[in-house]
Write a protein that binds this ligand. Structure first.
Ligand code: FES
Ligand code: FES
Length: 186
């Protein structure tokens, strides 16, 4: 049973060792921030940090992840205070948000090794697909995140802390199927 450290917690997955890491994170560890986009290594929605490198978790089995240190979007920061998270919000570089966790992971890995990346370096290091087309704002956000990480700039409007578990569990009326009954004898 493959063992690894996920968001600083030791985990052991009682699963087939050939299971993609993406499935183990989402379905067994309940870390659903990492997204399934294509499953074939093309979109980057499933990126996580593995020993500090942004990699596609749909292409890595849990056997291959054995003994490694995994960071998912949930572990990037506990309160969305990571410079990349703050800058993505500040630059409004999020539309539907499906690609955002993978992009945040790739961008975090980039500014960790290069806090002043050029547009070309960002395009090479953050190849993630975004069907909403946030690319121009993405470059601005990642360069701002670099400045924040170098303490050359502060983002005053930090994103709000995460919603409470209570709120997340609250019934959303729009998602509840209407009760249409089963027949005239209802
Ligand atoms: S889901 Fe892994 S690259 Fe698209
Ligand atoms: S914001 Fe919608 S896919 Fe990127």
């Amino acid at each position: 049973m493959p063992r690894m450290t996920v968001n600083e917690r030791p985990l052991e997955f009682a699963m087939n060792p050939e299971t993609p890491l993406l499935w183990a994170l989402r379905d067994a560890a309940n870390l659903t921030g990492t997204k399934y986009g294509c499953g074939t290594g093309d979109c980057g929605a499933c990126m996580v940090l593995i020993d500090g490198e942004a990699l596609r978790s749909c292409l890595i089995t849990i056997a291959e992840a054995e003994g490694r240190f995994i960071t998912t979007i949930e572990g990037l920061s506990r309160d969305r205070s990571h410079p990349v998270q703050q800058a993505l919000v500040a630059q409004q570089a999020i539309q539907c948000g499906f690609c955002t966790p993978g992009i945040a992971i790739a961008a975090a890995a980039l500014i960790q090794r290069n806090s002043d990346p050029s547009k070309e370096q960002i395009e090479a290091a953050v190849p993630n697909l975004c069907r909403c087309g946030v690319y121009p704002r993405l470059v601005a956000a990642i360069q701002q995140a670099g400045r924040v990480s170098r303490r050359q700039e502060r983002i005053s409007a930090a994103p709000a802390p995460g919603i409470s578990g209570e709120d997340a569990a609250r019934t959303v009326p729009a998602m509840v199927a209407p009760d249409v009954g089963t027949g005239p004898e209802d």
